[in-house]
Design a protein around this ligand. Structure first.
Ligand SMILES: O=C(O)CCC(=O)C(=O)O
Length: 276
């Protein structure tokens, strides 16, 4: 029996490569996360332009707590088994009217991982309606390898402005979410999102969980948060857990971890951005 999902959910994920919407955070947890984010930005400026946006389980205790929430990890275990690492936790923030979007892409093409088992849990910290530029997926695409054009369009939030051409909107499914809900998609499921034309910011926290047997092929050293089960493989250095936000020792590790991530996601790219 699955721990937290229904058998129908597990079957849909296997066949279609996505699930949505699922309730993962309470209103209290969502409000707290949003006010922690606002407090950070009041002092340091927009998170979207800062390196703490990535591997965000290191700078922020509250991200570490969301990532380890038992209900959420139970759902992940239902999809990828009991031995779990979290490779990245990354914020996707689209300001209203800014025109930024995320081109259609398959993450598996850029992350250097040696299998297609990683699941992304995209947690909405604000309402992500279609008007606000919620994500859409191409169901079943997790079984395919699609060609990406690398446009370096600055409005495209992806590292290389990558984009899969010729996806017919009629074949895609939008995944609107209320704050506190999450969508799940496989590392090879093609996905993207349009601009935010709503009045509020669209804030997503994307959590990338993978089984401990996964290997990194684009770097000799990479790190991940150890979440649950056993890690007999030790392919990834286990990231320290923060006891307080922006702890200098943990931030020194974050600098190394973010540097490794940068080398991986920009491997072979023409140019790189400073914020990942
Ligand atoms: O937030 C978005 O619209 C895209 C996020 C994304 O590409 C991801 O979580 O893998």
């Amino acid at each position: 029996m699955p721990l937290a999902l229904s058998k129908a959910h597990v079957e849909q994920y296997k066949d279609q490569g996505w699930l949505s919407p699922l309730d993962v955070l309470t209103q209290v947890e969502t409000t707290k996360a949003r006010s922690e984010l606002a407090a950070f930005e009041a002092e340091h400026g927009p998170l979207a332009k800062r390196v703490e946006r990535s591997r965000a389980y290191l700078p922020f205790v509250w991200v570490d707590q969301i990532m380890r929430k038992p209900l959420l990890v139970d759902m992940v275990e239902d999809l990828i088994g009991p031995n779990i690492l979290c490779w990245n936790a990354i914020f996707w923030i689209k300001e209203p009217g800014a025109g930024s979007f995320v081109g259609w892409h398959q993450d598996v093409a850029y992350w250097g991982l040696d299998n297609r088992e990683l699941v992304t849990v995209w947690v909405a910290l604000s309402n992500a309606s279609e008007q606000a530029g919620c994500m859409s997926v191409l169901p079943g695409s997790q079984h395919q390898t699609l060609d990406h054009s690398e446009t370096y369009d600055p409005a495209n939030l992806l590292t290389r402005g990558q984009h899969i051409q010729d996806i017919d909107p009629a074949d895609t499914v939008a995944m609107p979410l209320q704050a506190g809900q999450a969508s799940f998609h496989n590392v090879a499921t093609a996905h993207g999102s349009g601009p935010n034309n709503a009045e509020d910011r669209r804030i997503g926290l994307s959590l990338h969980y993978m089984p401990t047997h996964t290997r990194q092929t684009l770097a000799d050293w990479d790190s991940a948060a150890f979440i649950r089960g056993e890690d007999h493989f030790q392919h990834f250095d286990h990231a320290p857990r923060p006891k307080r936000d922006l702890d200098p020792e943990v931030m020194a590790y974050h600098a190394r971890s973010a540097d490794s991530l940068r080398r991986i996601v920009y491997s072979g790219a023409d140019t790189s951005r400073t914020t990942l």
